[in-house]
Design a protein around this ligand. Structure first.
Ligand code: SF4
Length: 513
């Protein structure tokens, strides 16, 4: 058994060391939904949070990480093929001093949200109004200030879906990062690491070429949350979204099952099927879902020994209406293999969906493909019908809505409120978000939505969502005991923080205003 205290006995270090911040290397006690909280500022000691909120996952006997983010595992796999297993290690950040030494040429870091300015962190940090750095940024900087990096000065290469934040904020030099790698890494990452190992000059930033599917390797070691990619890219074309710019692939079933088996054999109890929409798996033209392929995929994963839980990452709503039989067939498996129990004591399954808006005009303008094979004007009906079908099969999704899309009018916001009203009997968890212009999406030149510009109607969207969340996810007696006093306190606090326009919407959360 590896002794965690024995973390400073490097024998010259490994040639290539891969890592991510303490937050991004944790599985939050096997809860991918709580992992969102890493994007908020917190005023509890780091040591306490590392122990309770985002504890490290187990270590191997040699001190390397037993589980690591999936993207980092893909890069590790490519590097091991070329440099050999002895020269590449993936470690928890507290182990950097053990593995970084005079032999270390390069440290590769993966990150999803290094500055805490992704959609979720930006929205809830500004909404709650606590000033201070989100924990994800605190931990990212903490990792970069590790004494072994200062002492041995290996080249630092940072990639991952949040790497763009560093470039956009102009912080690359301040952080001492040699190269920022943006986009899918498979095609170009080896050349960058090869240069770093050989001491050649490195490009400051690299926007990677789209990989050919045959160049995407299997992971060699288990991934955090048991993530296994089943599709990549989307192609529905939503203009605020980055996956749509990626080439769409469905990975072959045997490729997927090999990664599932690898994870299950190594003690990952959960398998997370990574996809931007499970219904895209081997899809037919015009986004008609491939019923047989999807059912076979889920059933095959469930049959793998050691898979206790299956979690689908994302799904689109239109295919649910297009072929409800798929939901009927896969839901019993997903519920049986679910980690989640509802208030009635029975299990339910969940995944993330995007409602985004109730406005047909905005759907048509920014996300025409989202409801294919249906026309944009059908969007509200598609949302309502799809959620009824999901709920009937004990699937209670987590849904994002985007407030402040460029050019959003009062009528658009009213349409969203009308849609929310039609969904008032649906079991769902809403995550209303502020529009954030990410660097690798079509709307990257637009301005972020800002709390200061929200109207009372926008605040109504937030409060309606949170009223529904409280109604659906807390027992009535708990609600009654703590709710009114707490709500009044919040209302006064928000009134102070964001001005008079928030008072009525917040008080409406109680449903008694
Ligand atoms: S459907 Fe989802 S994943 Fe696809 S482009 Fe739209 S937002 Fe992105």
């Amino acid at each position: 058994m590896f002794n965690r205290n024995n973390s400073k006995n490097n024998n010259g270090g490994k040639k290539i060391v891969l890592t991510a911040s303490a937050i991004e290397m944790s599985d939050f006690n096997l809860n991918p939904f709580i992992a969102f909280s890493g994007g908020f500022p917190m005023f509890l000691p780091k040591e306490f949070l590392r122990k309770r909120l985002y504890p490290p996952t187990p270590f191997n006997e040699d001190g390397t990480a037993k589980f690591a983010p999936y993207g980092l595992r893909k890069v590790e796999s490519i590097l091991i093929e070329y440099f050999g297993e002895d020269n590449v290690v993936t470690v928890y950040p507290s182990m950097l001093e053990k593995f970084v030494g005079e032999n270390t040429k390069v440290v590769g870091i993966s990150t999803m949200d290094p500055l805490g300015i992704g959609f979720v962190s930006r929205t809830y940090t500004s909404l709650v109004g606590i000033s201070g750095k989100p924990m994800t940024a605190v931990e990212f900087e903490d990792m970069l200030s590790n004494p072994s990096l200062k002492k041995y000065k290996p080249k630092i290469i940072v990639g991952g879906s949040g790497a763009w934040q560093i470039v956009k904020a102009g912080l690359q030099d301040q952080f001492g990062i040699d190269t920022v790698v943006m986009g899918e890494a498979e095609e170009d990452v080896l050349e960058i690491f090869r240069k770093a190992v050989n001491g050649e000059e490195l490009p400051k930033q690299v926007v990677c070429r789209k990989p050919k599917s045959e160049n995407i390797p299997l992971i060699k070691k288990p991934s955090l949350f048991g993530v296994v990619e089943v599709t990549r890219g989307c192609g529905r074309g939503c203009q605020f979204c980055s996956p749509t710019l990626r080439q769409r692939y469905s990975f072959p079933l045997d490729h997927i099952l090999k990664e599932v088996e690898l994870n299950a054999k190594n003690g990952t109890r959960m398998i997370t099927l990574q996809t931007d929409d499970i219904f895209l798996y081997k899809t037919h033209p015009n986004f008609i879902p491939n019923r047989e392929a999807i059912i076979e995929l889920i059933a095959s994963v469930a049959r793998v020994e050691g898979v206790d839980y299956i979690q689908i990452a994302h799904a689109a709503l239109a295919p649910v209406v297009c072929d409800p039989v798929i939901v009927k067939e896969i839901a019993p498996i997903l519920v049986e293999k679910s980690r989640w129990t509802y208030l009635d004591g029975e299990k339910y399954a969940t995944f993330e969906i995007g409602i985004e808006t109730g406005s047909v005009r905005l759907i048509e303008k920014y996300m025409r493909g989202k409801m294919l094979p249906y026309p944009p004007e059908k969007w509200p009906e598609v949302v309502v019908r799809a959620l009824e079908i999901l709920n009937d099969n004990r699937i209670y999704p987590l849904a994002t809505l985007i407030t402040g899309l460029p050019g959003e009018t009062e009528d658009d916001v009213i349409a969203t409120l009308e849609l929310l009203d039609r969904l008032k009997n649906i079991r769902i968890f809403y995550v209303p978000l502020l529009f954030t212009s990410e660097m690798d999406c079509i709307l990257n030149r637009e301005r972020h939505a800002d709390l200061r510009n929200l109207t009372e109607l926008h605040w109504d969207v937030f409060s309606t969502c949170w009223r529904q969340n409280i109604k659906v996810w807390t027992l009535e007696e708990v609600r009654n005991k703590i709710f009114i006093g707490g709500l009044l306190t919040y209302a006064l606090y928000y009134r102070w923080l964001h001005g008079p326009k928030v008072l009525k919407p917040i008080l409406r959360i109680s449903g008694k205003y």
